[in-house]
Write a protein that binds this ligand. Structure first.
Ligand code: ADP
Length: 199
């Protein structure tokens, strides 16, 4: 069990995955909050059954999986329903993340949390992946096939860059080439190993 957790924060398209992949290359266990939030609504999970019961077949795909877009549409303007879904899923997501962190066999674990709006209390240290908004827009439109306006709207809905940087212990600036991430990750990995050994 990893007794030391490094939380990774960053806006959409900032490079959290590119960075965490590199830590994973050193054998570091990566727990992704976004993955956990999808896993709790997989077919067979109680979360999906409860959602299907409340909203009916309109939010379930033909293959029995959650139609996330349909659910989003259903609860988008309805605060009460949104809260209901959050109350249903958040405890399950948090439980799954805690289990995965507890099961991590590396000296320290990474917790990638795209929704981090303040220091994540589960993390001993926070690494922020930072890019300019222009780069963020370019990479998000290229990756997700959304247009510039949609990308900017998503960015505007997320935590402002400055506020995220305010709770960072470490920052990786990802404005350059992918290979430019290797050096900073190598250096931080060594630091985190030391911190984890001292913890
Ligand atoms: P996040 O996980 O924060 O949403 P990703 O790591 O998926 O961001 O990066 C967003 C997109 O930009 C991906 O398609 C990724 O391959 C690409 N990308 C990330 N960092 C760089 C970089 N330094 N140079 C070029 N492309 C990058």
């Amino acid at each position: 069990m990893a007794n030391y957790v490094v939380g990774i924060a960053g806006g959409i398209g900032s490079g959290k995955t590119a960075v965490s992949d590199r830590f994973a290359g050193y054998g570091t266990v990566v727990v992704d909050a976004d993955v956990a939030s999808r896993d709790v609504v997989r077919p067979g999970e109680p979360g999906l059954a409860a959602i299907a019961e409340r909203y009916g077949g309109a939010v379930i795909n033909g293959n029995g999986e959650l139609n996330r877009a349909a659910l989003r549409e259903r609860i988008f303007r309805d605060t009460e329903e949104r809260r209901w879904v959050e109350r249903l899923l958040h405890p399950a997501i948090n439980r799954l993340i805690a289990e995965r962190l507890a099961a991590a066999t590396s000296a320290y674990a990474l917790l990638v949390n795209p929704l981090m709006r303040a220091r994540d209390a589960r993390a001993n240290r926070i690494l922020v992946v930072d890019v300019s908004e222009e780069v963020q827009v370019a990479r998000t439109t290229a990756r997700d096939g959304v247009d510039e306006e949609q990308a900017r709207a998503i960015i505007a809905s997320q935590l402002p860059r400055k506020e995220r940087l305010a709770f960072a212990d470490d920052v990786i600036v990802n404005d350059g080439a992918l290979a430019d991430l290797d050096g900073p990750v190598r250096k931080l990995h060594a630091e985190y190993l030391e911190l984890a050994n001292g913890a």
